[in-house]
Design a protein around this ligand. Sequence first.
Ligand code: SF4
Length: 386
Amino acid sequence: MELWQQMIRDSIHTVDQLVEKFNIDRKVAEDLDEFFQARINPYYFSLIRYPGDPIWLQCVPDKAELDDFDGEEDPLMEDSMSPVPNITHRYPDRALFLVTSQCGLYCRFCTRKRKVGDYEKISMKGLESAFQYLEQHTEVRDVILSGGDPLMLTDAMLEKILQRLRAIPHIEIIRLGTKMPCVLPHRITPELCEMIKKYHPIYVNTHFNHPWEITPESSRACEMLANAGVPVGNQMVLMKGVNDDPAVVKELLQKLLKIRVRPYYMYMADETKGANHFRTSIETGIEIIENLRGHTSGLAIPHFVIDAPGGGGKIPILPEYVIHHDEDKIILRNFKNKVYVYKNYKDKNNPGTKKNGKTSGKNSKSKIKEIDYSKIELPILEEVES
Ligand code: SF4
């Protein structure tokens, strides 16, 4: 058994352990176990500095999870966009492929907790129909392996999946969505890196949320992946008490760059059942991005997005830098709130001229004008408020 597997085995996961280690009332611990089981491996547990700190909040079950009646089991509607078991196909040229239900840590904010940890819900039996779907759908050029965490598979099992995907000519890119470099970095071994190298281009999206997660062990893991030619990006979720502070986020993103991880996305927390207590305001997120843009390298600045409820996909949110925009000019403010005018270039291929009273052209301002808002279906107010 490898060290990382031993650490999974030694994880805190029983009701007795929750009562003993975290002083949780037994009945509450039983209800939490029923709602979403715990798994806290010894490495991640060692990062906790005091009760209720940003590491604790992410992994220790909390009674607040049971008080959330508003959240959705599947806020991103992944299951309704699943043409065959284990596949979610939301975007035109890429597909999500769930290859295991297991993770190195069960994160309390997880958006897929309806499936994570349940061998029945992400089953190995679904792999064959998933491969066949990917073989038949020639528009899919990018496959994201997820779960659970694909690095919970052994090297041999993961290699079988990579071999099968690489045999599909239209699949150009394979991505691994894995939290292991952050939560159990011992999983990144020289043998794993040697194996992955055979199937390039492979990208890794990992998931650090707080600067305390950047340790000698996690730094080494990310550098090993980078040395194996794997570009590593980070997806961070904005969470109350964890990272809803511009200084914390800036420190995290700058430290990620030092270990060769490129900040990729910063998400608003999903409207997931049991995770309401993690949610922050959109203004908090905008303030964080405002405090980054201009104040640190663009390399450190992720796309700030909302993964739209109902399966709308990732939609970017930006602080308002455009003060005015017409056919002749755009008036902008910079990060110091100084105002600048940029004169428009009259592009004969994209003139933005008026036709039938409407402005046309390829620029986004024109496209906004062309939207007929009367045709947009809005949610019924009672449903939003219920
Ligand atoms: S590692 Fe990812 S899939 Fe697993 S519990 Fe955490 S957020 Fe959910």
